[in-house]
Write a protein that binds this ligand. Sequence first.
Ligand SMILES: [Zn+2]
Length: 409
Amino acid sequence: MSETLFYQRYAKRACVICGSEASILLFRQTFSEMSSGSLLKGYDVVVCASCGFGFADHIPDQANFDAHYRDMSKYEYQDQGGQETEYDLIRFQAMSEAISPFLPSSNAHLLDIGCATGRLLASFKEKGYNNVIGLDPSPVCARAAQRLYGIRVLTGSLSNITEVMAAELPLDCVILSGVLEHIRDVEQALLRIRGLLAEGGLLFIEVPDATDFARWPDAPFQQFSTEHINFFSAISLKNLMTHYGFFQMLSQQFPRNQTVSTVMPVVVAIFRKEKKWRSFIPERDNETQRGLLDYIRESQAVDDRIHQAINALAENGQSIIVWGVGTHTLRLLATSRLPEANIRAFVDSNPHYQGLQLNGLPIIAPADLQHRTEAILISSRAFQIAIERQIREELGLANEIIKLYDDQV
Ligand SMILES: [Zn+2]
């Protein structure tokens, strides 16, 4: 079978902004597969040849993504008993401050889609907004939101949101923070959200800024993750929302024009539901292709460097345990000599993965590392420092640690 055949299992995605099926291939991403079957084995990173919107092509149906987020949620924060990190707290505070001036009154009805454990809604509640509700695919998140903040969270996703929210309508504001980049069926999702909003209702959107990936140090190609399948710029986000009958009231790029603290580049925008749909011609977006190509070039250079360390492991036969089974590891297993290394087990903090197998080897919990003597390869850049701290301080382990990246200050 040809190496690229698996892409063809899934239909080509037409551009959700302009409908064009002509696209320019920028990069081909590949992942290894888990014993339970993985969400996807790879995809093509493309931009629309007509309007310039960036997205992952040849990917599974929305139903596959829905099942993944329901069953494999990593947003339950079990390690912290459902509590978010300090960074999230600052970010949610900044978001509620950005949205509040646009809301008609403190009686406004707010919905946070993909609310995880409800911390953003809690910061609205602290500001006097009492009509807040969340939606999340994970029932664990819903229970945590109730327990931690007394916030009501319904279990559901954008696929069944119309039915789940039927008794709560109409809404004055819908929040989509870190959601739209995960959605395969963007058109249906936006039509359903439109249906939830009152006339003149607001839609707050935060998405990663694909034009700025290159300036953000993360592991190579990490932005092309198993879960991120739309690559927005400020221009393409405005094009998309105008196409679905929304008027842009505010658009900002962070950290480029930095007023809030962020650990990744994002576009933040507020849109108002318009009564009339206008016919419109999308503004040509050249920034996404340029930004993604810069990012691919930078990623390639870092990738070449970490391959040297992995090649050494493949050749010296040292017994290792690999920490992390997310995008970073799945990609290295598919694209580097990591499978040739003497891997004895994988370890991951997400309980949904524990007990499964990867590459024919068990995925164990961090607590299972006691009495293991192998060296631990940390397969992450963003969490390298935190994982090292967890190994040394929380678990109290003295195992050799192998890192692929310099520690960032
Ligand atoms: Zn297009």
